[in-house]
Design a protein around this ligand. Sequence first.
Ligand SMILES: Cc1ncc(COP(=O)(O)O)c(C=O)c1O
Length: 386
Amino acid sequence: MTASTRLSPAEQIPFFTGAESIRRTWAALEARLREVASVGRFTFGTLGRELEERIAALTGAKHAIAVGNGTDALIILLRAAGVGPGDEVIVPAYTFFASASAVLHVGAEPVLVDVVPGSYAMDPAAARAAITERTKAIMPVHLFSQMADMRTLRDLADEHGLLLLEDSAEGIGMVMGGRHAGLWGGGGVLSFFPTKTLGALGDAGMILTDDDAVAERARRLRSHGQAVDGSYEYLELGYNSRLDEIQSAVLLTRLETLAADIERRAELAARYDEGLAPLAPVVRIPFMAKAAEPGNTVWYVYLIESDHRDQLVAYLAAHGVGTEVYYPRPLTEQPALAPLPGARHPVPVAEAASRRAVGLPLYPDLTNDQVDRVCELVHRFHKELS
Ligand SMILES: Cc1ncc(COP(=O)(O)O)c(C=O)c1O
């Protein structure tokens, strides 16, 4: 029997759980779900539209277009923005698979470049070096807890006449220079996957854009390419990517606590920072540019790096603490992306991060004591090593 199986469920610290937040907000959620049941309309209804309006107001986007999930949002955004066969899109090599697979799904080629140590976001110099005559767009990702260097990337896109799109799936609440993630160029996306800062109870996503033409085409593409007047006229091939009313009800309920949830995540992250800082440099706590720009930090994932990552993961698991290795290999090593025809670019930072990085539990319902316990275990692990 391992140590973790001897622990009671109450003593275990899962990497993520939404159970407590459902319990906490159950009354409000139930009221919203009753509303869905009494109206009896389950897709493209009033709650979906209300959610689009609320997200548009929250982010400052001219258009917020609800779809089935964040991956669909990326695919539809890329197509709506005019990316297609023959185009190259520059994407970081250290990100979730969908950032690159969405590009392939629209018939274009992802060109994978390295990231910046610490922020894990696209390295503008690497992006510059990867531009060719086929480059159509640059698509940085705002990963884990902070935004990419959008000013430099926007200047780079402008200098070369390229589209700037954002995989801002993790970026809700992240603002830089007064501009929300996803709104620095042609558009961005949000994922409401359950673990996200604003999570549904299943899949859900959204496209954000200030561009009327992109918005109109995205609305068409999410619904089979159907003319937006709702007639049975299909102007182009699209997708079936609806956000249902039940998930909209969940997200509207959770929007009420989003600001408090983001604040609580920051408190927990600060507690981790304090608890783990003495272990430097063997353990590296997240490097954040927050001193310069407080708004661009939203603690979605608390990612540390350790020289002994895999042993640390096993040790924490044996003591009942869940972790998530984001990401165990850079996209350059994904079998599904191996036949990419374009130039290969060196990605040493992404390679090192994939060997060293691991996410610790971070969600609003985590207690201070639980964070202290994780920190204590990380300390004990390193002590036992030496
Ligand atoms: C960076 C990034 N891109 C894309 C996605 C895809 O979103 P979804 O899982 O909602 O399809 C996610 C989330 O899972 C993500 O974290």
